[in-house]
Design a protein around this ligand. Structure first.
Ligand code: XIL
Length: 394
């Protein structure tokens, strides 16, 4: 039973707005009234972020991939859903645009659905699953030989109201979670290489997110082990990750994961990897100890991955200064270096192909320019730095 497109999309818009508010608060956005993202692909009379600089080059096809070591997946989040419901993209994904699709296919070896595997997308109703959009992304990846990172099965955000309203009793809630994990992971068994099984389960002060994660609040941390076990049964080949932001450096929050993951491993829970989102802001220093941090997780026998890299900066009317764009390269380099220097970091994903599709201006008032390419797919200094760094290898 499917809803009409209109009612579904109206509800998703509402959910996206709620998510914007929740995420904005969680990630420290200045105000919930963040400005809308720019319309994808429109630059027209808008100010050009590169004004005054030498004319930037368009993305040279295949350069990133040919520079990369063979054992590193280079990933990109494919735009669609979430905040894009509020911007020019509507309810589809950016792959509908031929230029976008070929840039993804030619320049990356992995993709992450930005929103289409989240509960609000897959489970608008309790009784049904809507796999259409996720299926399209997975089919695109297969057609072009890209791996898929699945994101995500267990999160406090972008959940449908029927799940979070409290109307399910403990048994029902646990059962619905088990069914969800088994159905979704089972459907894509053999097609999704890595799953962000549990996303953002600690708050910024390293407290378990029992207040806003509907499952942690009810069942405590033990449910995380169950989710990993269910996922593993549904696809024994998939690599199963914990994933979070603000854990790039060694500190209370990454320490909390370091302790938790050791407990899970000691209990025989099939957790295989630690994902470091890499949503950095130039307001803060670079994570200078990221390599050491990744290394300590790797030493536990885990894979590590950079799963959602972007680097936001202050912008005025959407425009970043050339100095800031140059400095941004150093932030991306720190993340890529950390990954290249740790053998079991085999996946580095950027959260958005270009600034036209970035979530940043939508969630962080006054910040933007966070991706490797400007709105016209022209490369920024950060892109050039990554190609150079990739070419020097591990
Ligand atoms: C973001 C998407 O990019 C937006 O389109 C959506 O509106 C909200 O979520 N951490 C995560 C991602 O794990 O799922 C988030 O993605 C960004 C922060």
């Amino acid at each position: 039973m499917r809803r009409t497109r209109n009612s579904r999309s109206a509800r998703l818009r509402f959910a996206a707005l709620a998510t914007a508010l929740a995420l904005g608060a969680a990630l420290g956005a200045c105000s919930p009234g963040a400005p809308s993202a720019p319309s994808p692909g429109t630059s027209g009379d808008e100010a050009d972020p590169q004004d005054g600089a030498a004319s930037p080059a368009p993305l040279p096809s295949g350069e990133l991939v040919s520079a990369s070591p063979d054992d590193l997946r280079l990933g990109v989040a494919v735009a669609g859903g979430g905040h894009h419901l509020e911007t020019g993209l509507g309810s589809g994904t950016a792959l509908a645009d031929e230029t976008y699709a070929s840039l993804v296919a030619e320049n990356f070896t992995s993709l992450s659905p930005e929103n289409q595997l989240k509960w609000e997308w897959l489970r608008p109703e309790r009784e049904t699953f809507d796999f259409a959009a996720a299926d399209e992304l997975v089919a695109f990846a297969q057609e072009h030989g890209l791996a898929v990172r699945g994101h995500t099965l267990f999160w406090h955000s972008q959940n449908p109201a029927w799940l979070t309203s409290g109307e399910l009793d403990d048994d029902e809630l646990r059962e619905v979670l088990r069914e969800h994990v088994e159905t979704v992971v089972g459907r894509y068994a053999g097609q999704i290489e890595q799953w962000d099984v549990a996303n953002e389960i600690f708050e910024d002060q390293a407290r378990l997110r029992t207040r806003d994660n509907p499952f942690l609040g009810r069942f405590g941390v033990e449910i995380v082990a169950d989710v990993f076990r269910w996922a593993h049964e549904a696809d024994p080949e998939a690599l199963l990750f914990l994933n979070d932001y603000a854990i790039e450096s060694i500190g209370p929050k990454s320490d909390a994961y370091f302790e938790l993951v050791q407990e899970l491993l000691a209990d025989g829970v099939p957790v295989h990897g630690m994902g470091f989102q890499g949503h950095l802001s130039m307001k803060y220093p670079k994570p200078g100890d990221m390599r050491e941090n990744l290394e300590r997780f790797a030493e536990l026998g885990l894979e590590v991955a950079v799963t959602e890299a972007d680097v936001r900066m202050a912008v005025e009317d959407g425009v970043a200064s050339p100095e800031d764009l140059a400095a941004q390269a150093g932030y991306y380099e720190v993340m890529l270096d950390a990954c290249l220097e740790v053998d079991s970091c085999r996946s580095f994903t950027v959260w958005g192909l270009s600034d036209a599709f970035s979530w940043v201006p939508f969630f962080f008032a006054g910040e933007g320019a966070a991706t490797l390419l400007d709105e016209e797919y022209r490369v920024k200094p950060a892109y050039v730095a990554l190609v150079d760094r990739l070419a020097t290898g591990r």
